[in-house]
Write a protein that binds this ligand. Structure first.
Ligand SMILES: NC(=O)C1=CN([C@@H]2O[C@H](COP(=O)(O)OP(=O)(O)OC[C@H]3O[C@@H](n4cnc5c(N)ncnc54)[C@H](OP(=O)(O)O)[C@@H]3O)[C@@H](O)[C@H]2O)C=CC1
Ligand SMILES: CC(C)(CO)C(=O)C(=O)O
Length: 323
């Protein structure tokens, strides 16, 4: 099976390189950010490190959407939620009716946009508990020990068929450790509620997950955010694939496992870009409002992240004091 990766950012490189190296399948990368394409071509591939060490050059094929002439069997999409609509419009000439598409972006809103270009039964949803940092053009850091990758997959609509079986087999061979779920919304929301705690709080305080978890109040804060999210989902008839307690416990284990990781939301925040908070805490709050339940803390956190985004303009870089 041949894969086309839309978005050669942190996660695009992570999935693409692991598929190419571990599963031995063909991957073409489609990237609209020109400095990234140029850098990869100049250096002959992408620089890949794990937890900041063992950096090595991995040769890859990278194209702008306008240059690309290939016809992959399956597209994998890893863009930020805010970029997706424009990206799909720019890539539309590359899409064909026989193709399938997989995405494990954070937040919610992407599948409806993807469904405007592909039959619903050709869409495979996913979530990735896989931490990755884009250092800059042509350079990526896989965070966490080898084998720590975990992800879920589920069919967006219709039955799971032969192509989905093959994608699952390729992801297994790539060591991405996929777990199948028949509960599409429950799978998606289980990751959204996790990101609504770690991504938003680490971003506002500009901290790594390992620093975050040292605060003794994390468990109480997480419990409050999870309870509100679970109450909203229950009213909407969505049963998450993890229990409230499993989510609370996972904040501790995952923050330790990815202790040096700044969540992806912070990576946007620190580069002066908008964050995905409206698609994460904002999405949970929207589900609540639609079902006569106000998620007060998620609404507050959404505002706080936007406040922090706006306040970046007043922040001065810290200058070390001379003594
Ligand atoms: N990173 C992680 O650990 C995880 C991320 N995710 C999710 O996966 C999705 C993709 O995230 P991720 O791979 O982290 O995203 P990245 O920001 O690394 O890459 C996405 C795109 O952003 C653009 N880009 C990135 N950095 C810059 C920059 N400095 N200047 C200009 N453009 C830039 C590029 O596209 P363009 O040119 O079009 O702007 C790139 O293709 C998101 O939904 C995220 O929440 C899920 C699990 C873990
Ligand atoms: C790695 C993880 C799970 C951390 O919250 C993530 O989803 C992200 O960084 O966006």
């Amino acid at each position: 099976m041949k894969y086309g990766m839309i978005g050669a950012g942190a996660m695009g490189y992570r999935y693409g390189v692991m598929l190419q190296e571990n599963a031995g399948v063909d991957v073409d990368f489609i990237e609209s950010w020109l400095p990234n394409v140029t850098k990869v071509r100049e250096q002959g591939g992408v620089q890949v490190a794990r937890d900041h060490v063992d950096q090595r050059l991995v040769p890859i094929n990278i194209y702008t959407p306008e240059e690309y002439k290939g016809h992959p069997d399956v597209w994998i999409i890893f863009k930020k939620q805010m970029q997706l609509a424009d990206e799909l419009k720019r890539d539309a000439h590359l899409f064909h009716d026989d193709q399938f598409v997989f995405s494990a972006m954070n937040g919610m809103g992407h599948f409806e946009k993807i469904a405007q270009y592909f039959p619903a039964e050709h869409i495979i949803g996913g979530t990735a508990m896989i931490a990755t940092v884009l250092n800059g053009p042509g350079s990526v850091d896989f965070m966490g020990a080898v084998g720590s990758e975990t992800m879920h997959m589920s069919q967006y609509a219709g039955e799971r068929g032969a192509v989905t079986d093959q994608v699952m087999a390729d992801f297994k061979a790539a060591d991405l450790n996929p777990i199948w779920s028949d509960n599409f919304m429950g799978m998606c929301l289980s990751k959204v509620v996790f990101n609504a705690v770690t991504n938003s709080l680490c971003t506002m305080f500009e901290i790594q997950m390992g620093q975050f978890i040292t605060y003794p109040g994390v468990k109480d804060m997480a419990t409050q955010l999870f309870n509100e999210a679970y109450d909203a989902c229950e009213r909407a008839g969505i049963k998450l694939i993890e229990t409230r307690q499993e989510e609370i416990d996972s904040v501790e284990t995952i923050s330790h496992a990815y202790k040096y990781h700044y969540p992806s939301m912070y990576q946007d925040f620190s580069k002066g870009r908008p964050t995905e908070v409206d698609y994460i805490n904002g999405y949970i709050a929207k589900i609540g409002r639609e079902h006569d339940y106000v998620c007060r803390v998620h609404e507050f956190v959404t505002q706080e992240v936007h406040l922090a985004e706006m306040m970046r303009q007043y922040k001065q870089p810290t200058v070390p004091v001379q003594v």
